[in-house]
Design a protein around this ligand. Structure first.
Ligand code: NAD
Length: 500
């Protein structure tokens, strides 16, 4: 890097915060391997400053009218829509995913903003008139205060947008701690909020590593944590945050299975296995990483997938390629190690991504689409979340054997069944122990008005992201029992209140 390497600052109190050069991290362009920027890493002092600024802003924002908040939300939605290509370009430059995929990520985030624009309706409470003589009861939902959002590298725009539009619409002040690997989107989004008229301090970006995360997890003025990342960190965040009295939702890793029954449309199944296995270089928590083929379809399916893989172009995401690089060199090497392990453990390597021909700079973090056949549950390529372009085929003899495999896996984020038998699909949706289920749909990411989240080791806490679970997560319920004085009031009665 050079002295002119751009710096990515925190965004505190509606303005960039000066970067201190001794606590920074390198940001790479994965398609070239070059350092493109340095991002600030927060220390205790900056964390305190960020929380204090958010707390001050919260005091005013919580009391702003629903009309005012909705106006800001609509303005933000318009700005985001206008600038979605600019945001997608930042994502591609720092994450590596191809431009069309980055644009898709922004679009899915926009859906949550649009959902949050309906906050006046979403926050409506109940009202019961005359529950007792002259007494009414009603419920209201109020914001929590300063809330923390900690996000992973793989969706630098969409995952934060699962949370902050609803949190802000509900009257909270948000501190976003993005991944240090691709931090630029968060600052771009902060500028859009400022242009939309959001008061200073309601949206803060605090960059950094474990120090920033721990600072938010333990700070008494941070009331909730919404975390998305790998399972070990999600478990740590959940345990630490709840031990410090916070409401926590912590979404973790995944190993998503696609069950293909003998009556499935095999062309559709092969198309979707390739799309869902290698889109975003497999760096999606909803990526399909295991195809469970119920015999006798495995040979045909492997042939169909292999043929389609030969058509994929791996390379620079700005050049119209199908699949970009991996996010860092360390991650690229880790995924390559899994390919070595699969070979050593006896899986059949059908397509080897280590030899891929690339359309891009030679120092990019490249690894091509890889296919293993005859994978068994004891192999590390099956057991672990690889988070790269490695697809495994497991051959089973029956629906029941396939279902047991899925239900026995410690992760339970997403799954899909491919079949033309409605009865089998209905049975699967009922019996499978996974939070999000696709029927002839490989990546069943729910729309914003439903809630996103897995089961088992894929989510710690009770609340999924967005939809009504998101609204409830970012608000606290209160029930008011009221009586306005009239001639019937008065009199002493120490008994427990009952209706009369
Ligand atoms: P990660 O767990 O390494 O990082 C996530 C966040 O935690 C980042 O902001 C990072 O700075 C922070 N962090 C990293 N190490 C930490 C530590 N030791 N202590 C405290 N904080 C720490 O995850 P990642 O590599 O950025 O993202 C990929 C992972 O995220 C995959 O496991 C993927 O499945 C998961 N993911 C899950 C979902 C979901 O909805 N379940 C969605 C997207 C990604």
């Amino acid at each position: 890097m050079t002295a002119t390497t751009p710096a990515i600052p925190h965004w505190i109190n509606g303005t960039p915060w000066p970067v201190v050069p001794d606590r920074v991290g390198d940001v790479y362009n994965p398609a070239t391997g070059a350092i493109s920027a340095q991002v600030a890493f927060a220390d205790a002092e900056v964390i305190d400053e960020a929380v204090a600024s958010a707390k001050r802003a919260y005091a005013g924002w919580r009391d702003s009218s629903l009309t005012k908040r909705t106006q800001v939300l609509f303005a933000f939605r318009e700005l985001l829509n206008t600038h979605k290509e600019d945001l997608a370009a930042i994502i591609t430059a720092e994450h590596g995913k191809v431009l069309s995929d980055a644009l898709g990520e922004v679009t899915r985030g926009l859906e949550v903003v649009e959902f949050a624009c309906g906050i006046p309706h979403l926050l409506k409470g109940g009202f019961s008139e005359s529950v007792s003589t002259g007494v009414d009861v009603y419920s209201i939902r109020q914001p929590l205060g300063v809330v923390g959002v900690i996000s992973p590298f793989n969706f630098p725009a969409m995952v934060p947008m699962w949370f902050f539009p609803i949190a802000i619409a509900a009257g909270n002040a948000v501190i976003l701690k993005p991944s240090e690997k691709d931090p630029g989107s968060a600052n771009f989004i902060a500028q859009l909020w400022a242009q939309a008229g959001l008061p200073e301090g309601v949206f803060t970006v605090l960059h950094g590593d474990k120090v920033a995360v721990d600072g938010l997890l333990t700070h008494p003025d941070v009331k909730s944590i919404s975390f998305v990342g790998s399972t070990p960190i999600a478990r740590y965040v959940y345990e630490t945050g709840t031990a410090h009295g916070k409401r926590v939702q912590a979404l973790g890793g995944a190993k998503n299975h696609m069950l293909v029954l003998p009556d499935a449309d095999l062309d559709l199944a092969a198309d979707q296995a390739v799309n869902a296995g290698f889109g975003s270089a497999g760096e999606r928590c909803m990526a399909i990483s295991v195809v469970v083929a119920v015999e006798p379809v495995a040979d045909a399916l492997v042939a169909g997938i292999t043929e389609r893989m030969s058509q994929l172009r791996t390379g620079d995401g700005t050049r119209g390629c199908d699949m970009g690089p991996l996010v860092t060199l360390a991650h690229r090497d880790k995924v390559a190690t899994y390919i070595d392990a699969g070979v050593n453990e006896g899986a059949t390597l059908v397509v080897d991504g280590r030899n891929v021909e690339i359309d891009g700079a030679s120092d990019g973090f490249w690894l091509g689409p890889t296919l293993f056949d005859n994978v068994t549950p004891s192999m590390s390529v099956y057991a672990d979340e690889i988070f790269g372009p490695v697809l495994s085929i497991v051959r089973v003899q029956s629906y029941a054997e396939g279902l047991a495999l899925i239900n026995d896996h410690p992760y339970g984020n997403g799954t899909a069944i491919f079949t033309n038998d409605g009865g089998a699909a209905r049975r699967f949706q009922n019996e499978v122990e996974v939070g999000m289920v696709g029927i002839n749909v490989p990546i069943p990411v729910p729309m914003a008005y439903y809630s996103f989240g897995g089961w088992k080791n894929s989510l710690f806490g009770d609340s999924h992201a967005h939809g009504m679970e998101g609204v409830n997560f970012f608000t606290r319920g209160k029930v008011v029992t009221s009586r306005w004085l009239d001639p019937s009031h008065g009199g002493l009665n120490l008994g427990f209140p009952t209706q009369t």
